[in-house]
Design a protein around this ligand. Sequence first.
Ligand code: IPE
Ligand code: IPE
Ligand code: MG
Length: 241
Amino acid sequence: MPKRLPKGIDPKRIPRHVACVMDGNGRWATKRGLPRTEGHAAGEEALFDTVDGALELGLQWLTVYAFSTENWKRPLDEVRYLMNFNERILTDRRDELHGRDVRITFAGRRDWRVPKRLLKRMDEAVDLTRNNKTMTLTIAFNYGGRAEIVDAVRQIAAEGVKPDKIDEKTIRDRMYVKGMPDPDLMVRTSGEFRISNFLLWELAYSELVFTEVFWPDFRRENLFDAVREYQRRERLFGGAR
Ligand code: IPE
Ligand code: IPE
Ligand code: MG
């Protein structure tokens, strides 16, 4: 099916995998005199427009940072809101994602802090969309890049792998989402220039694009801008120009 791409985007250099740090919800709300949680609520439209934009571009993988292993430090009310919010999104929107042939996966720790009900919704979304092929949407939830590496190392130790048999592939194969290619591009919103424990292993050679836009204002056009910026970059992977 011939796709019409947004203007100025080279069909031969579409990133395979884009990762987003959806940041700035709290400031978006505060700026409007609203409680921070309203910013999270407003982020839903941003996320689903971004998913549509990603499908329009033909991305195969889209990963979004929804809740970090550090976000538990937030006030209990906000944490509780985010748990219910994510549960609600999964129930309300999974059929729509399924209808778009999107496979849903999760990256993160399934520890005791994540409510059972939410874990159940997560499993249902994964099961429902398991065989979808167009794009994989990975939701990084209770996710930490260091935790992911620790979990991989624990698994390697538990398997009794001999030290001289451990290479990069040994670790890669034990990351949370099997078969996930490294992101080509990482986008972070809200004018913060940091990684905040997102995909530490996987971002080793990703192109990083930062935008001032707060996440609730992010739309597919902002994703297209990030991809245009990505296509202007020269990727060397340590090689010579
Ligand atoms: C990102 O927005 C959403 C989550 C971390 C869950 P923030 O809530 O971090 O918004 P700011 O950075 O405080 O504005
Ligand atoms: C990163 O944003 C986590 C998510 C977007 C889910 P944070 O707002 O938690 O990161 P810091 O605290 O500014 O580094
Ligand atoms: Mg933030």
